[in-house]
Design a binder for this molecule. Structure first.
Ligand code: ATP
Ligand code: MG
Length: 304
């Protein structure tokens, strides 16, 4: 079984496609039989509505998890057409931002809450608000990686340096294991020369961290949330649905490679000890001469 991976979808710049990417990535991962949880950490509640759950009718939300430490399992709903589970969010989260400041372990509350359900999911995706507030910090502390949707426009890179500084501060003080999982180019229009320029700069700066899949601007993607559906359920043949499926496929391939590399590194690390023991035992019992023990152990293979 694969280990859980938790990602914060974040960019303090508004309207860059965070929520759209969170919803459609969840639906695409669920379509490949992964067990997925989406956490709506934005008081706008867009991820909740876009998942087909009415934010005005939910009784318990991420607010209750963060402030009253309600178990996540009591708050989870199913996205009717998404194939994934949801921790809803709504305007109550505005109060959480303020209340958290007074509470113990204020940065660790989401991390603690999600650790209770981590075994039940392959992927947990957290949709963050468009600011670097205490809710976003909670997401960054709970996450293994940061997934950054970027609209390739003027000022896109400027915003990214602020985000990178925040990620570094969280790495230094709160979550040393946090990584940049990937940068996703959204609402991509290859005919626009500014889009191409900014895209080129992203590739120069972040290289392998930039997903090769781009998400095109596509009207079906924009329409789907008003039906409470991911685009995959709304129009599975649309360019947007296919792009998010491709992006999920790219992500899954990266993770399979990471898991294979990790398994290889573990077996390489164990092998020399085992074979050294076996060989020295053999040398002791069969041949008393120490020189006959092979001096070289199986070589280590670099994983990079
Ligand atoms: N690929 C796309 N094609 C067309 N429209 C898109 C696409 N991606 C997102 N949009 C539209 O752009 C707008 C902003 O997207 P979205 O809400 O996902 O951004 P966001 O970063 O979550 O915003 P906020 O910062 O307010 O939370 C929405 O109206 C959405 O429908
Ligand atoms: Mg959003």
């Amino acid at each position: 079984m694969t280990r859980n991976r938790t990602f914060a979808v974040t960019n303090q710049k508004g309207g860059v496609g965070k929520t759209t990417s969170a919803i459609n990535l969840c639906a695409s991962l669920a379509a490949t039989k992964r067990r997925v949880l989406l956490v709506d950490l934005d008081s706008q509640g867009n991820a909740t509505m876009g998942s087909g759950v009415n934010k005005y009718e939910v009784e318990l939300t991420a607010y209750d998890v963060l402030t009253a430490m309600r178990p996540v399992s009591e708050v989870i709903q199913k996205s009717p057409d998404g194939g994934y589970d949801l921790v809803p969010g709504n305007s109550d989260l505005t109060a959480a931002e303020v209340e958290l400041l007074e509470l113990d372990n204020r940065e660790y509350r989401l991390s603690y809450a999600l650790s209770q359900v981590q075994d039940q999911y392959d992927y947990i995706i957290i949709d963050c608000p468009p600011s670097l507030n205490m809710l976003t910090v909670n997401a960054l502390v709970a996450a293994h990686g940061v997934l950054i949707p970027v609209q390739c426009e003027y000022f896109a890179l400027e915003g990214l340096s602020g985000l990178m500084a925040t990620v570094e501060r969280v790495q230094q003080h709160l979550n040393a294991d946090l990584k940049i999982e990937g940068i996703l180019r959204t609402m991509f229009d290859p005919r626009n020369s500014l889009t191409r320029d900014v895209s080129q700069q992203l590739l120069q700066h972040f290289d392998q961290k930039v997903y090769r899949t781009v998400i095109p601007r596509n009207v079906r993607v924009a329409e789907a949330p008003s039906f409470g559906q991911p685009v995959l359920a709304y129009d599975r043949q649309s360019k947007g649905a296919l792009a998010y499926l491709a992006m999920a496929g790219e992500m899954l391939r990266r993770h399979e490679q990471e898991d294979a590399d990790a398994a290889k590194a573990t077996s390489n690390a164990e092998q020399p000890i085992e074979s050294a023991q076996a060989e020295s035992a053999q040398a002791a019992s069969v041949d008393s001469s120490p020189e006959s023990t092979p001096g070289t152990l199986p070589g280590e293979h670099s994983t990079h």
